[in-house]
Design a protein around this ligand. Structure first.
Ligand code: ZN
Length: 151
């Protein structure tokens, strides 16, 4: 699995990357040197829209993806171009990046899930529950669109 670190302008993209199974750290603050140090220490690819930061990464020998688009779809396209597989693959909490594990069905039902779908997960860090509700279908549609554009 690829490890990423997104800058604060790309937090939304970061949440999408977690939906396709990537490990995406949240930036703690917007201090560029700190981002580069952290990316190096944790072996993460830095994802940024900041050209200067991308240049600093190159100088520092830290792998970096420079995103040009301002729209989430365009950004996902660029990540697909960079080799990220845009298949729904829930392994990481979209909020805190904690690992997900299969959740107990009753717990998910209590949280309001009325569907009979099997896929249910719980974040091992913050406890957020996930299930394949109707919003997942929209997410899958968007990812399908990105995959089509890539072909
Ligand atoms: Zn979480």
């Amino acid at each position: 699995m690829e490890l990423f670190l997104v800058d604060q302008m790309l937090m939304r993209l970061g949440r999408w990357l977690r939906l396709v199974g990537m490990d995406v750290a949240n930036p703690e603050d917007d201090d560029d040197p700190e981002l580069i140090i952290r990316a190096r220490q944790e072996n993460r690819i830095l994802v940024t829209r900041d050209k200067r930061l991308a240049e600093d990464c190159r100088t520092a020998g830290v792998e970096c993806i420079l995103i040009r688009s301002t729209s989430i779809l365009g950004q996902l396209d660029e990540m697909a171009e960079a080799g990220v597989n845009m298949e729904l693959n829930p392994q990481r909490c979209t909020i805190c990046n904690g690992p997900l594990r299969g959740a107990v069905r009753e717990k998910v039902r209590e949280a309001g899930d009325q569907s009979e779908q099997e896929g249910t997960w719980e974040c091992q860090v913050c406890g957020k529950l996930y299930w394949m509700g109707s919003h997942w279908k929209r997410i899958e549609e968007t990812l399908k669109q990105i995959r089509r554009e890539k072909d």
